[in-house]
Design a protein around this ligand. Structure first.
Ligand SMILES: [Fe+2]
Ligand SMILES: [Fe+2]
Length: 147
């Protein structure tokens, strides 16, 4: 399996999670409930972003620099992470719920950019053999972590 196919398959799981959070966020009344959902999103998103940076963006870094996208790519991962951290520091359910929904919207925009532009660009710039080798490494990591 190519690394791009593996990452798109992981995105599929997140699209379901984003739908669920958007649907249920209005029913989350307490700050603790909102922090738990944000913590779940953080715990699942973090391994995805990490594997994406290490097994897909790093091999593409020299090309991304040419296209000026590296900064925005790393920046978006960091921004999403920072918003999720801010939810854990939040003192009000209303503010935390608003941040949670903003994070989901930011994730959707980020995922959409990856699916439309970043992954196809990777498929053009990397050789099929490299994409498959990186995909095998992804599989190994997921087996090792039981994810
Ligand atoms: Fe990403
Ligand atoms: Fe992604």
């Amino acid at each position: 399996m190519k690394i791009t196919e593996a990452l798109i398959a992981e995105h599929g799981v997140f699209h379901g999670l984003f739908d669920y959070i958007e649907r249920t966020a209005p029913n989350l009344k307490t700050l603790a409930e909102i922090k738990t959902v944000a913590g779940l999103l953080d715990a699942t998103l973090d391994p995805h972003s990490r594997v994406e940076e290490e097994l897909f963006i790093a091999p593409l870094d020299h090309c991304m620099d040419q296209l000026g996208q590296t900064q925005s790519f790393h920046g978006e991962h960091e921004e999403i992470e920072a918003t999720l951290d801010a939810i854990q520091q939040s003192k009000s359910a209303k503010a935390a719920r608003k941040l949670l929904l903003e994070t989901v919207r930011a994730c959707r925009r980020h995922f959409d950019k990856e699916e439309r532009h970043v992954f196809p660009m990777g498929e053009r710039l990397l050789k099929a053999r490299t994409l498959n080798t990186l995909g095998a490494e992804w599989q190994k990591r997921r087996e090792d972590t039981g994810w």
